[in-house]
Write a protein that binds this ligand. Structure first.
Ligand code: FAD
Ligand code: SF4
Length: 327
């Protein structure tokens, strides 16, 4: 790990300007992703800009929905009564992630910006297009059991590993961003993460020095009736092999509205509009759920070791929908 200087920012402008004006600087919130990658020499910065004293806090009901500050901690958000009651999928996605100690440190903004767990990315002895653009992607024909089957490219098949983003993308969450000029913009989370294409090193639409201020989740009947199902090698302290975030509003046996997103299988948090179209207006039966699950993975491009994810993702979605509609 290289030496770095430390700046405790007291204002957003100070923080954003410091990072915008230097390719060698990065924000630090909980540090649970950043310091990990710096210790592995995957990321190297000469200056860390601590944003923890900025006013990006609070969990409050607004006219647009529930607003959560980017510096709120995963544990506080996951256990908050408004989140547990009105957005169970969000609460569950947070409390099934990482460990209690990590959740106490890790922020919501940092969670959305966590990076892939692809072993080649995290080991500088290997080439990796995401870490060193143009160097190659050994995962295509190598160790790819945990990697993506949706949204892949010839350059990169890395999975987006997080849980929270999957729940938020299902519920139409919107991010508030702020740049070094103090200008704010809103970006739907579904448009925030980028597909790898030919530039897997570019993972989000964030501009240099731009901060995530908050995330807002609209209220909806399907948000109140929602769940997160995560399948992994161990039942705790492990990333998803496949996960689903679903929300559904059923009246008299007919699905009025549905939201579906998949985790552990996509190069970004994977919203499935195709599955939602099949569910909406259809009877809440296993046949409908199976058809929706097939649509969700129709474009899958599995590799040798992760072929099992095609069936796993479908079964996970069917189980989540069944549990939600029979509970
Ligand atoms: C062992 C382990 C297991 C884990 N398991 C899971 C899991 O099962 N599921 C899961 O979802 N996650 C898991 N995680 C990831 C963990 O949730 C993230 O590391 C954490 O949420 C990152 O938040 P942070 O505040 O520590 O981010 P930091 O490490 O401080 O920052 C991460 C990145 O985000 C940037 N950043 C931070 N805040 C902002 C902001 N407001 N605006 C702009 N940029 C910002 C930083 O510059 C940095 O690039 C695990 C992590 C570890 C180490
Ligand atoms: S899948 Fe992506 S992160 Fe993994 S080695 Fe290939 S380019 Fe790197």
């Amino acid at each position: 790990m290289n030496n770095f200087t430390y700046l405790q920012a007291t204002q957003a402008k100070e923080a954003t300007a410091a990072v915008r004006d230097s390719k060698d600087a990065a924000f630090i919130a909980g540090g649970t992703t950043l310091l990990d990658l710096m210790k592995l020499n995957v990321e190297n910065y000469g200056q860390l800009v601590d944003i923890n004293t900025l006013a990006f806090k609070g969990i409050e009901q607004t006219a647009d929905g529930l607003r959560i500050g980017a510096l709120e901690r995963m544990s506080d958000v996951g256990e908050h009564p408004l989140v547990v009651q009105n957005y169970p999928v969000v609460s569950q996605s947070l409390l099934l992630a990482a460990s209690p100690q990590l959740r106490n440190m890790a922020s919501i903004g940092g969670n959305l910006l966590q990076r892939t767990r692809c072993g080649y990315f995290r080991d500088t002895a290997f080439p990796c297009n995401k870490r060193v653009p143009g160097s190659g992607c050994p995962a295509q024909d190598g160790e790819n059991r945990g990697l993506a089957i949706l949204g892949t490219s010839k350059s990169c098949i890395a999975t987006f590993p997080g849980d929270l983003a999957v729940a938020l993308v299902a519920l139409d969450a919107v991010l508030l961003l702020e740049n070094a000029k103090g200008k704010q913009r809103r970006v739907p989370l579904v448009d925030f993460h980028l597909l790898p294409g030919n530039t897997p090193q570019k993972e989000t639409v964030l501009e240099p020095g731009e901060l995530i201020v908050s995330v807002t989740i609209p209220a909806a009947a399907h948000a109140r009736k929602s769940t997160y199902l995560k399948v992994r090698d161990r039942t705790s302290y492990a990333y998803a092999l496949a996960s689903v975030a679903v929300g559904i509003d059923v009246q008299d046996g007919t699905i009025r509205s549905a939201r579906v997103a998949l985790g552990g299988v996509g190069t970004k948090p994977w919203r499935s509009v195709a599955a939602e179209k099949i569910l909406t207006g259809a009877p809440a039966t296993e046949a409908t759920f199976r058809a929706a699950a097939a649509a969700a993975v129709r474009d899958a491009q599995p590799r040798e070791q992760n072929r099992f994810k095609v069936e796993l993702a479908q079964n996970t979605l069917v189980r989540a929908l069944t549990e939600l509609t029979t509970a």
